[in-house]
Design a protein. Structure first.
Length: 233
């Protein structure tokens, strides 16, 4: 089966963006967008569908196992991990674009540094060894599954880089930290949570079904609000 991979390309933030299409012959139903991008770039004489010679497509990947979040991009108009987006799910043309909420670096590579800066602002680290109560182990484990890919922020109507609302990308780590520290130690984290997460969330829950890690956003949000805002649990 032949697929047309339509890639939105841009050399840097000051360059004009343009679509370039490549032909890709699927090897099997397990082929993903990541598979296609890797094999397209492996060609010694890379040419687009019109026969024009071109440079390899710039994109990021690491584990290719849905564990690192590096290959997050827009595929078919929705944020996905390239390693988890099977080509068989799409039609003859597969449109691949960079995430739009983050500054462009090159082609499908964007700068997601703001995710980590936001975590620093929230002061999400332990000052000492934790003493995680047994009843909270399951919640802490679920919260730790966030891979900081940014897909949830891509669909969030309230998030924009350098804004005061940090979005659901911060909720997992916040929930885990709140689970591991005592109620007396939560005051500063709770204040930051109120300012950068609780106050800014419009509860549209556009992020609910977009998480590649399958995080239960509702559960994490309810538990973190309970601990940080209502001072419960």
């Amino acid at each position: 089966m032949i697929k047309k991979i339509m890639v939105l390309r841009q050399k840097d933030k000051d360059s004009e963006a343009y679509y370039q299409t490549f032909l890709y012959e699927m090897k099997g139903d397990a082929d993903t967008v990541a598979t296609a991008l890797r094999r397209i770039n492996m060609q010694d004489d890379l040419r687009d569908i019109d026969g024009n010679p071109t440079e390899p497509i710039k994109w990021e990947c690491s584990c290719l196992q849905k564990k690192c979040g590096a290959c997050a991009m827009r595929i078919g108009g929705r944020p996905r991990l390239a390693c988890d987006a099977k080509l068989i799910e799409f039609g003859d043309v597969v449109k691949v674009e960079p995430l739009k909420k983050f500054p462009i670096v090159h082609d499908l590579v964007v700068n997601r540094e703001i995710l980590y800066e936001n975590l620093k602002t929230l002061k999400l680290w332990l000052e000492k060894d934790s003493n995680l109560p047994e009843k909270k182990i399951a919640l802490a484990f679920k919260a730790s599954k966030c891979i900081q890919c940014g897909c949830c922020l891509e669909v969030c109507p309230n998030f924009y880089p350098k804004g005061t609302f940090f979005g659901m990308a911060a909720i997992g780590i916040t929930t885990r930290l709140l689970s591991e520290i005592s109620p007396k130690e939560r005051a500063e984290i709770a204040k930051l949570f109120d300012e950068h997460i609780y106050a800014g969330c419009g509860k549209s829950l556009a992020c609910r079904k977009i998480c590649p890690a399958g995080l239960d956003i509702d559960e994490l949000l309810v538990n973190s609000i309970s601990m940080a805002i209502w001072k419960m649990k």
